[in-house]
Design a protein around this ligand. Structure first.
Ligand code: G4P
Length: 310
C-alpha cells in the first residue's frame, strides 16, 4: 500500500521501549477502540511476553459498543492480560486505570516495591489525555499531530506508582493491509504520508458494507438508491453534500475525502468500529498467506539466480 510512515525517530522509540521493558512490572497499551487490533503493536507482544498487560480500548465513546464488548472478551482471553474500555469524558477513567494496574500486579506496593508501569500507544490514540487524567492535572503534553516524539518521561503517580511514558509509535511493517487503512482513517498517520482519497474510499467501502444506515443518515442519501452505490459514487455524493466543489460544479475529491475522514474521526457518522475479532483473524490469515507466498517466490528467484551463476 502507498503509506510510508516509519520516520527515523520511530527507530529511537522502539529502542527506548526495548530498554525500558527490562525494568518495569507491567505494560499498559492504549488502543483505539475503533480499531483495536490495527492499533495493537505487533512487536510489543513479542518483546514483553513475560509481563502482565493491560489493554485500554480508548475512545470507546466513538466506537460501536457491541464490537467493543467482543474485543474485551478477546483480549481478556489472553494469558496475563486484562482489558478495559475508556474514554476521555469518563471522569472515573483515571481511577479505573490505576485500579486495574494494581489488580494486575498486587505484590508491587509500598515505597520499597513501587509498581513500575510502562505505557505505550500509537500516535493520537489518547495516551496523553489519559496520563493527564491519572496525574490529575495538565502536565503531559497533548497534541493532534501524529508522529511527534516526546522523550521518555517518568511520572510519579504516587510514591509507589511510577509511570513510564514512551513516545507514540507505529511499527515498520504493517502486513494486514486493512489494518493500515484503518490506522490511516483513524488519524494515526501523518497527513503527508498518505493519499487521503484512497483512505477515504477504503473507509467508505467498509462503511457501506457494515454501517450503511449510518452512512445514509449522515449524508441524507436516498435509502433505496444509495444501497447500490459504489465507493466512488458515495465520495461524489459526500462531496456534493459537504460543498466540496470546484469551478463548474465539479467535485473536489480531495476535499470530499478530507471531509469523510474528519466526520469519521469526530464520530459524526456514528459509533463505528472498523474491525471485529473474526474479521481481523481472517485478514491476518490472508496477510500471512500472502507474506509466505512472497517469501517463497523471493527464495525461488534467488535459487534460480544462483543456479544460473554456477
Ligand atoms: P496521544 O497522546 O496518544 O498522541 O493523544 P492525545 O491524548 O493527544 O489525544 C489525541 C486526541 O484524541 C485529542 O483531541 C484528545 O482530546 C482526543 N481523545 C483522547 N481520548 C479520547 C476519547 O476517549 N474520546 C474522544 N472522543 N477523544 C479522545 P484533539 O482534537 O487533538 O485535542 P482536544 O480536542 O483535546 O483539544
Amino acid at each position: 500500500m502507498a503509506i510510508q510512515w516509519y520516520p527515523g525517530h520511530m527507530h529511537k522509540a522502539k529502542k527506548a521501549i526495548i530498554e525500558r521493558l527490562k525494568s518495569v512490572d507491567m505494560v499498559i497499551e492504549v488502543l483505539d477502540a475503533r480499531m483495536p487490533a490495527s492499533s495493537e503493536n505487533p512487536l510489543l507482544g513479542k518483546l514483553s511476553s513475560d509481563k502482565p498487560k493491560l489493554k485500554i480500548l480508548n475512545k470507546q465513546d466513538l466506537a460501536d459498543p457491541e464490537r467493543t464488548a467482543l474485543w474485551l472478551v478477546e483480549f481478556q482471553s489472553r494469558p496475563n492480560t486484562n482489558a478495559i474500555a475508556l474514554d476521555a469524558s469518563d471522569r472515573q477513567a483515571a481511577q479505573k486505570l490505576i485500579a486495574a494496574c494494581r489488580a494486575l500486579v498486587p505484590n508491587r506496593k509500598g515505597v520499597d516495591k513501587p509498581l513500575r508501569v510502562m505505557i505505550c500507544g500509537i500516535p493520537n490514540v489518547g495516551k496523553s489525555t489519559l496520563i493527564n487524567g491519572m496525574l490529575g492535572k495538565k502536565s503531559a503534553k497533548t497534541g493532534n499531530e501524529p508522529g511527534i516524539t516526546k522523550a521518555e518521561q517518568r511520572l510519579f503517580l504516587a510514591d509507589d506508582f511510577w509511570l513510564y511514558d514512551t513516545p507514540g509509535m507505529l511499527w515498520p511493517k504493517i502486513i494486514v493491509e486493512e489494518g493500515g487503512y484503518n490506522l490511516a482513517a483513524g488519524g494515526a498517520v501523518g497527513r503527508n504520508a498518505l493519499d487521503e482519497e484512497t483512505v477515504a474510499l477504503e473507509l467508505i467501502d467498509y462503511l457501506r458494507r457494515h454501517y450503511l444506515p449510518q452512512l445514509q443518515e449522515r449524508y441524507q442519501a436516498d435509502k433505496n438508491e444509495s444501497s447500490h452505490w459504489r465507493d466512488e459514487q458515495w465520495l461524489e455524493w459526500i462531496g456534493r453534500r459537504r460543498g466540496a466543489l470546484l469551478g463548474g460544479g465539479r467535485i473536489n475529491y480531495q476535499k470530499a475525502a478530507e471531509n469523510t475522514l474528519t466526520d469519521f474521526r469526530d464520530g459524526h457518522i456514528g459509533r463505528i468500529t472498523l474491525e471485529t475479532p473474526n474479521q481481523w483473524e481472517q485478514w491476518l490469515k490472508a496477510a500471512q498467506r500472502r507474506e509466505a507466498e512472497q517469501k517463497a517466490e523471493r527464495e525461488r528467484r534467488k535459487a534460480e539466480r544462483k543456479g544460473k551463476a554456477v
